[in-house]
Design a protein around this ligand. Structure first.
Ligand code: C2E
Ligand code: MG
Ligand code: MG
Length: 395
């Protein structure tokens, strides 16, 4: 991946990359560029299958050195997928397809990784294709629905917001959680249309609640990287807000850390344009990726959401507790709000309140739920039910 160099840096960088790979391949190997930033290396004459590991580590070694493009130094990450002749395929087509499947998994696993093709991978790839085909029809068939999970203000003790979490009501699979299809929607580009529907439907629902007397509720939406890169995003958000007649300051967008930081310079303008609509921006799953404090300061971000993996260990793991305290302190000094997600116990709530966290979200308050149920939940109010250890016993 060549993100850190920006659009102009692309071509010379690809030349350097291919030159470095070519250098470490033996005579008789073939290197080709498939387009984009994908290369295929055909390596024959291996004495034993294990020798491919040596080739791979040489390639990774060569690409781990910094690159210099236009006076700027930077690094690339390398994902590699491997298929072997004859066990994984007897013709070029099959071999390349299977290597591609393995590459796909390598990327999924964090981009800087190597994967070998296996029949299990192949089965999953086939499954993905089926899901993608179903996904293409899901929108027009009205199979998506939104669940709402409350966010509670720890000072005022009120339900102040909800996060919109999409669900897919699949005709045979039942209710499919986003973890099982968002990535596929992202890779196929379908997320742009699906995301637009979620924004529209969420804003419509927010307006309906307002008309029925539930005022001042904020609604937050998750944005995936592909949506963020799409040119129509700003107008899609603006249309959803205007179309439903809600106020922009009732809307929050959640972006992931890697999205915000990974492509910092290129997307700063995009962030500012979104922010210009008058909504608020949150960094989701904060603490799981890399953040540059400099960017946090510079970007128009309003809030950090502490990832649930740190919240889980608050009472038992001193590292998690330290991380949570640090994120809260960081947010305070940068004048950002901070929400903790995945709060499941009274003890976690208590810890977060003691250390100055603004809002919480999690099963301890409520699971995500369909709109009518959420409305009842808000009308009933929290009554003190979650605010003492005793009442927490029945949760
Ligand atoms: P997220 O944005 O970090 O959302 C929080 C996830 O944690 C949700 O899972 C929620 O149900 C779950 N959760 C909330 N409280 C607790 C708790 O106390 N304990 C535990 N163990 N889990 C809790 P969900 O709904 O399955 O969503 C998973 C992810 O899918 C979301 O993570 C978000 O990244 C993505 N996603 C969901 N809806 C959308 C959407 O409309 N668009 C996009 N692009 N992504 C979405
Ligand atoms: Mg979220
Ligand atoms: Mg999260």
């Amino acid at each position: 991946t060549t993100d850190s160099f920006g659009p102009q840096g692309g071509d010379p960088l690809l030349r350097d990359v291919s030159a470095r790979i070519a250098q470490v391949l033996r005579e008789g190997a073939t290197l080709a560029r498939l387009g984009g930033d994908e290369f295929v290396a055909l390596v024959g004459d291996l004495r034993q299958p294990e020798d491919v590991a040596t080739v791979i580590s040489r390639i990774r070694g060569a690409l781990s050195e910094p690159f210099k493009i236009g006076g700027q130094e930077g690094f690339v990450t390398t994902s590699i997928g491997v298929s072997m002749f004859p066990s994984d395929g007897r013709d070029l087509d099959t071999l390349v397809r299977h290597a591609d499947t393995a590459l796909y998994t390598a990327k999924e696993l964090g981009r800087d990784d190597v994967r070998y093709f296996t029949p299990e991978l192949n089965r999953r790839a086939a499954e993905r294709l089926v899901i993608e085909a179903d996904l293409r029809r899901a929108l027009e068939r009205g199979e998506f629905t939104i669940y709402y999970q409350p966010q509670v203000d720890l000072y005022t003790r009120q339900i102040v917001a909800a996060e919109a979490l999409v669900r897919w009501n699949h005709p045979t699979r039942g209710l499919v959680p986003p973890g099982a299809f968002i990535q596929i929607a992202e890779d196929s580009g379908l997320i742009v249309a699906i995301g637009h529907w979620i924004l529209k439907e969420g804003c419509r629902q927010l307006r309906a609640w307002r008309d029925r007397g539930i005022q001042h509720l904020r609604l937050s939406f998750n944005l995936s990287p592909r949506q963020f890169r799409d040119k129509s995003l700003v107008s899609s958000v603006a249309d959803a807000i205007a179309g439903a007649g809600v106020d922009a300051d009732q809307i929050e967008l959640e972006l992931t850390e890697s999205l915000v930081m990974g492509s910092a310079d290129r997307f700063e303008a995009g962030l500012r344009e979104l922010k210009g609509l008058g909504l608020s921006l949150a960094v989701d799953d904060f603490g799981t990726g890399y953040s540059s404090l400099n960017y946090l300061k510079r970007f128009p971000i309003d809030k950090l959401k502490i990832d649930q993996s740190f919240v889980r260990g608050l009472e038992t793991d001193s590292d998690d507790a330290a991380i949570a305290r640090t994120v809260i302190a960081l947010a305070r000094s940068l004048k950002l709000k901070v929400t903790a997600e995945g709060v499941e116990t009274f003890g976690q709530l208590e810890f977060l309140r003691m250390h100055g966290c603004d809002e919480i979200q999690g099963y301890y308050v409520a699971q995500p739920m369909p709109a009518p149920e959420f409305e009842r939940f808000v009308r009933n109010g929290l009554h003190g039910g979650i605010w003492s250890r005793r009442s927490a016993g029945n949760r």
